[in-house]
Design a protein around this ligand. Structure first.
Ligand code: C5P
Ligand code: MG
Length: 190
């Protein structure tokens, strides 16, 4: 059982790559952002709670996100491994994930961060916002806030796993195919 965290700022290509990686490596892709958007679309209590945070580019409280993630993992007893996309985004989320996996006799085998600079991200997300229908992709101030939140609250997660010797960074700019090749090579080596 191998578990991977696909890491990087918003718009770094995590979702795009994870969709292809899940097929190639027969892993289950879990995007917490997609789970939230599903809940919001269905106007569930969880979705209603999450919506104001997401629209502002802030993080949903840890206990909500952690509970939702664990439920999703538990729905896949057949999984050979998970690709976590957009989670963990805080140190408490990382600690909770490790404890949860430890309870299953498992761990995070690798964290791969896609490196993309801020201005490229802003341009990518504004472009995505034209078709994604995501309020948080359409407003530059919200996008910049998401980048700040990433730097302040999320980037420490890289160091958290670096201390366990499982973090690595790869270049996230280039063609989708080229980045997929880089990621595949890194995952095969895990
Ligand atoms: O991962 P993605 O960029 O799709 O997430 C969209 C939004 O969902 C984030 O900007 C944040 O508001 C919320 N989110 C969160 N905690 C996570 C994942 C997503 O608060 N672990
Ligand atoms: Mg995504």
């Amino acid at each position: 059982m191998k578990h991977l965290i696909l890491f990087g700022p918003p718009g770094s290509g995590k979702g795009t790559q994870a969709k292809q990686l899940e097929e190639k490596f027969e892993m289950v892709h879990i995007s917490t952002g997609d789970l939230f958007r599903y809940e919001i679309g269905n106007e569930t209590p969880l979705g209603l709670k999450a919506k104001s945070f997401i629209d502002a580019g802030e993080l949903v409280p840890d206990e909500v996100t952690i509970g939702m993630l664990q439920n999703k993992v538990n729905m896949h007893p057949e999984a050979k491994g998970f690709i976590f996309d957009g989670f963990p985004r805080t140190i408490p989320q990382a600690e909770a994930l490790d404890l949860f996996l430890e309870g299953r006799g498992e761990c995070i085998n690798g964290l791969i961060a896609l490196k993309v600079d801020d201005e490229e991200i802003v341009q990518r997300l504004l472009e995505r916002g034209k078709t994604s229908g995501r309020a948080d992709d359409s407003n530059e101030a919200v996008i910049r806030n998401r980048i700040d939140v990433y730097k302040e609250q999320t980037s420490p997660v890289y160091d958290f796993y670096d201390e366990k010797n499982v973090s690595q960074e790869i270049e996230g700019v280039g063609s989708i195919e080229a980045i997929f090749e880089r990621l595949s090579t890194a995952i095969e080596a895990l």
